[in-house]
Write a protein that binds this ligand. Structure first.
Ligand SMILES: *Cc1c(COP(=O)(O)O)cnc(C)c1O
Length: 412
């Protein structure tokens, strides 16, 4: 095909195969899912929704999108689903429009405590279109439902938002629902409850944590993180009126033609996510994440602990270096992570005091619990050693990665 692009593909494939991918928002879709992405479904324009399209020739596209919707609804036990959002951010953009008016108040987690850009960051559309206020975590960096309750009463928001990008602990959605109901009982503003489950959707699908679809008015997600699907977004709800507003907010308000090849790939992934083997996979992710966290703690590092697929390592406190320096050091030997703010961080986001570490991607490739422990020792060595023996650690990284499956050959 295109020689220049092909050369780049070869380099990226090699990088992925030889490295240890610990960025917790990443994962490898199955071969079957990738095949659907490159299918001829890409060539069809299908503005609108199944049964109500602006173009002709949508008979089979409709069947595919309907199948995708049904599989997603079954996976999370929800009554309505929209599978068209091009990404998690697009899903959130549409969700806000469906739920509230411009200028209304959204109560979301403090961004430095693990919120997402679209949860009210000054550089995102969200803070320009809506009035964002924030609830902090408690002193122990866990959600404090007493603080949530106080903030609901103090800010009287139109929307309460839960679901995060860098929160390693379980979330009690049921408790949040109760607090919002109690608040609504004595407030003149009716507060709606939205959950962005982008990171933990796979864990929810596997049944290892509370399902927000049972409690929230609306739930958004990405499909490419723990769900192992194509890069994309979805929106779920049990409320027929909200469902209608969601559809309008996705098309025609914020998007044009849906990516039907990606929708086909979402359908393939959702079928895989419903298999017993997916449950086994998620259990391994949880075990590996905990094994790495615990080994680092054993070695004397300050780590967050974990109930899910990620944890935070405080590199400033442990090794006296910034998150940015730690990320670069690890990258120089083939271990990919990202710098991250720690609760109560004193450094700027561009430096940060921690790194965020996740095991969804490497577990897909076959990482064992013993290797998760070995990876902890490796991380500790890399961040401690000065000067860093790049050649030695690179070899160790390659040796571990060479025992795993080829990223292009992964099935489910
Ligand atoms: C990753 C993420 C998103 C955004 O997903 P994109 O597909 O990158 O737009 C939204 N919300 C949360 C909580 C996320 O972690």
């Amino acid at each position: 095909m295109d020689r220049e692009i092909e050369d780049i593909f070869a380099l990226e494939t090699k990088r992925q195969n030889e490295g240890i991918e610990l960025i917790c928002s990443e994962n490898y879709p199955s071969k079957e899912t990738r095949l659907a992405m490159s299918s001829i479904m890409v060539a069809k324009y299908a503005e609108g929704f199944p049964g109500h399209r602006y173009y002709g020739g949508c008979e089979f596209i409709d069947r595919c999108e309907n199948l995708c919707i049904e599989r997603l609804k079954a996976l999370f036990g929800a009554k309505f689903a929209n599978v068209q959002p091009h990404s998690g951010s697009q899903a959130n953009f549409a969700a806000y429009h469906a739920l509230i008016n411009p200028g209304e108040t959204v109560l979301s987690l403090e961004l430095n405590d693990g919120g997402h850009l679209t949860h009210g960051s000054p550089v995102s559309f969200s803070s320009q279109m809506y009035h964002f206020v924030h609830y902090p975590l408690g002193e122990d960096a866990h959600l404090d439902y007493g603080i949530v309750e106080k903030c609901l009463d103090e800010y009287d928001p139109n929307l309460f938002l839960a679901g995060y990008s860098a929160y390693p602990y379980a979330i009690d959605f049921k408790r949040m629902r109760e607090l919002i109901d109690e608040h609504n009982a004595h407030s003149s503003t009716h507060c709606l409850f939205m959950v962005d489950m982008a990171h933990i959707a796979g864990i929810i699908a596997a049944g290892y944590c509370q399902n927000p679809c049972d409690y929230a008015d609306l739930v958004t997600s990405t499909t490419h993180k723990t769900l192992r699907g194509p890069r994309g977004g979805v929106i779920l709800t049990n409320d027929p009126d909200i469902a209608k507003r969601v559809d309008k907010a996705v098309f025609p308000y914020s998007q044009g033609g849906p990516l039907e090849n990606i929708i086909a790939a979402k359908a393939v992934a959702f079928r895989e996510d419903a298999e017993p083997s997916f449950k086994t996979y998620i259990k391994k992710v949880l075990d590996n994440t905990k094994a790495c966290n615990d080994e680092l703690a054993h070695l004397g590092a300050t780590v967050s602990g974990t109930d899910n697929h990620l944890f935070l390592l405080n590199v400033l406190k442990t090794y006296g270096i910034t998150g940015k320096e730690a990320q670069l050091k690890l990258e120089s030997v083939g271990v990919t992570t990202n710098k991250n703010m720690i609760h109560g961080d004193t450094l700027k986001p561009a430096e940060a005091s921690g790194v965020r570490i996740g095991f969804a991607a490497v577990t897909t490739r076959g990482c064992t619990k013993e290797q998760a422990v070995e990876i902890a020792d490796l991380i500790d060595g890399v961040l401690k050693d000065e000067p860093l023996d790049v050649a030695y650690y690179s070899l160790r990284v390659k040796a571990i990665a060479s025992t795993w499956k080829d990223v292009a050959e992964l099935s489910f």
